[in-house]
Design a protein around this ligand. Structure first.
Ligand code: CP3
Length: 361
């Protein structure tokens, strides 16, 4: 059960926020909007606050992480904050030697390739997530009725970094491991699922009103391989918050996002998600056809439009908003993260446009 003081439970909290309502399959007065990677280098106030602080140190500094979480809400008026953190934070907190190299991404000191490597992965210490929980609680205290979204990396995306030792284009080493050494692979993704489940749970207990599981790299998998080697582990991660329900028995809305082929969207839902995040390579109306009208969707403006002229960008936005009417609920977002070179005023105007669109109807 969720504690009585949780924003989803307490009066005047987030249960009637547009984001939570849309993710539960309802139609609030306006379409809620937030952006993946909304906190980041596109904001001058972010660059100032982060100056000289390594990425993972910033995530583990509760005051700084809370401040960076709040910046895009203050500036753009988005309908949700997303905790400033990273998918590799549970690894770092468990004691795995991982860092984020600017311009590149997560890099491991030692790749994980054998059963012995997997067995040597450390357990999370009790209370490992204290700095994350503190950051979330500080942000929630300022957000009032605006929901905080917690997140974690999906087991495949995390395991891809571990096996490759860093970012890779096609994740070939990870994809080979799952076919060549299924037992080692199973042990590895199960461990990743447990890290991510614990990360999600810590964020929810600290006040997050929704969670998103990011399987950013699942699109490199053949659908049948995703189903047989990956999906159960993602379900295990999402199940980590399934017992946290309000007094009416309603759970914390879970969004499952992946850059995937259209054929995998139903699998993202079937892994135990309440809503599916759609990337820009699948038209939203096509995604809704594939998922059926009962599944709330999130997405999916191509981030490339942020650097294009306004009129066609807003026309593309309107097409997505119109398509979203056909789903049980729609949360507007990009199809992937905000590019660092984005003009922040473009995002602010886009939020206003999405909010006005619904008001016109
Ligand atoms: O605003 C938000 O969305 C919340 C914070 C957030 C970050 N990372 C902060 C971050 C979230 C949700 C993530 C998730 C994440 N991290 C994913 C899944 C989402 C996706 O983009 O597909 C992945 C694959 C990672 C791993 C990772 N961390 C990469 C590939 C990078 C980029 C490295 C670079 O410099 O280009 C990071 C670093 C990172 N995570 C930054 C931020 C704001 C940039 C760090 C900086 O500003 O120096």
């Amino acid at each position: 059960e969720l504690p009585e003081s949780h924003p989803l439970v307490r009066p005047g909290g987030t249960a009637s926020a547009p984001l939570v309502r849309a993710l539960r399959g309802d139609r609030p007065d306006r379409v809620p909007v937030w952006f993946m990677r909304q906190a980041g280098r596109s904001l001058p106030e972010y660059r100032r606050a982060r100056d000289g602080v390594p990425m993972l140190d910033a995530c583990l500094d509760p005051d700084l992480a809370a401040e960076l979480t709040l910046q895009p809400v203050r500036r753009h008026g988005v309908d949700a904050a997303v905790l400033f953190s990273d998918i590799v934070i549970p690894l770092r907190l468990a004691g795995v030697d991982v860092d984020i190299v600017p311009g590149r991404g997560p890099v491991l000191a030692r790749p994980v390739r054998t059963m012995a490597d997997v067995r040597a992965l450390p357990e999370l210490p009790t209370d490992a997530f204290a700095p994350v929980a503190r950051a979330a609680a500080l942000a929630v205290a300022e957000l009032g009725d605006v929901p905080l979204i917690g997140f974690a990396g999906a087991p495949f995306t995390l395991a891809a970094y571990l096996v490759e030792g860093g970012p890779s284009k096609d994740h070939l080493a990870a994809r080979t491991l799952m076919l060549a050494e299924p037992e080692t692979w199973r042990a590895l993704v199960t461990r990743m699922a447990d890290y991510s489940a614990a990360f999600l749970r810590a964020q929810v207990l600290a006040g997050a009103s929704a969670v998103q599981l990011f399987d950013s790299w699942a699109g490199s998998l053949a659908p049948e391989v995703y189903r047989s080697r990956v999906r159960d582990a993602s379900a295990r991660a999402l199940a980590g918050v399934a017992d946290l329900v309000d007094p009416a028995g309603r759970g914390v809305p879970r969004i499952h996002f992946g850059l995937v082929c259209p054929g995998l969207l139903a699998d993202l839902r079937d892994a135990g998600a309440d809503a599916v995040g759609v990337d820009h390579r699948t038209p939203l109306d096509r995604a809704i056809e594939l998922l059926g009208p009962d599944v709330p969707v999130q997405g999916n403006l191509d981030p490339a439009w942020l650097g294009a002229p306004e009129a066609p960008r807003l026309a593309a936005t309107d097409r997505i908003l119109a398509a979203g009417r056909k789903a049980a609920g729609h949360v507007f977002n990009l199809g992937h993260g905000v590019p660092p070179q984005t003009d922040p005023d473009v995002l602010t105007a886009l939020v206003a446009h999405v909010h006005d669109w619904e008001a016109e109807r």
